[in-house]
Design a protein around this ligand. Structure first.
Ligand SMILES: CC(C)(COP(=O)(O)OP(=O)(O)OC[C@H]1O[C@@H](n2cnc3c(N)ncnc32)[C@H](O)[C@@H]1OP(=O)(O)O)[C@@H](O)C(=O)NCCC(=O)NCCS
Length: 157
């Protein structure tokens, strides 16, 4: 099947809804660092400090981002675009929408952490204006006794 290439104009960025959850679980499972199951998404929908958006194409989610708003800081918890929709600006549009939503809630900066080996995501976040601020040693348990560092990034809003 040829790679799917929608126009970014076909994508809407809107709040996450309960009926999105099965699609979001599928998107999250598409990458190696996947962490969230159905219950994890559902929990976020019921948490007042959680702010969750999806990239919607024709009623179907093709990406999502979830953050917590803690006083002046937005903490990005999970962020992914479906493999068929990557490198087409969906992630950039979604991140801009999350930053706008965080500013509207009074946030002054956004923070995130990512696996030290996730070079595509690090490159993406750098393009979005994030800078490396530190490292958490042996933060991710990769199984079989292997631990990996987390890279901490942040940017002002
Ligand atoms: C990281 C991710 C969200 C990027 O989403 P995306 O929709 O492909 O991003 P965009 O198309 O908006 O890319 C914007 C820019 O980011 C950078 N970028 C994105 N993907 C990249 C990659 N695989 N390698 C290098 N740079 C990349 C590029 O500079 C790109 O601009 P360009 O396409 O003009 O070169 C997506 O690859 C993804 O879902 N990965 C798996 C989940 C993940 O790692 N999440 C982060 C966990 S902390």
């Amino acid at each position: 099947m040829p790679p799917f290439s929608p126009s970014i104009d076909e994508i809407q960025f809107r709040p996450m809804r309960m009926e999105d959850v099965p699609d979001l679980v599928a998107i999250d499972r598409s990458w190696e660092g996947s962490r969230w199951n159905r219950a994890a998404f559902e929990r976020e929908l019921n948490l007042p400090m959680s702010l969750a958006l999806v990239a919607d194409r024709g009623g179907a989610p093709v990406g999502f981002g979830v953050m917590w708003v803690v006083t002046e800081t937005a903490q990005l918890l999970e962020f992914a675009v479906s493999p068929a929709h990557r490198r087409q600006g969906v992630g950039s549009g979604l991140m801009k929408s999350l930053m706008d939503a965080a500013r509207a809630r009074g946030c002054e900066k956004m923070e995130l952490e990512l696996h030290e080996g996730n070079f595509p995501a690090q490159s993406f976040y750098e393009k979005m204006g994030f800078e490396i601020k530190g490292r958490r040693r042996r933060f991710y348990d990769m199984g079989q006794g292997r631990m990996c560092d987390a890279i901490l990034m942040e940017r002002p809003l």
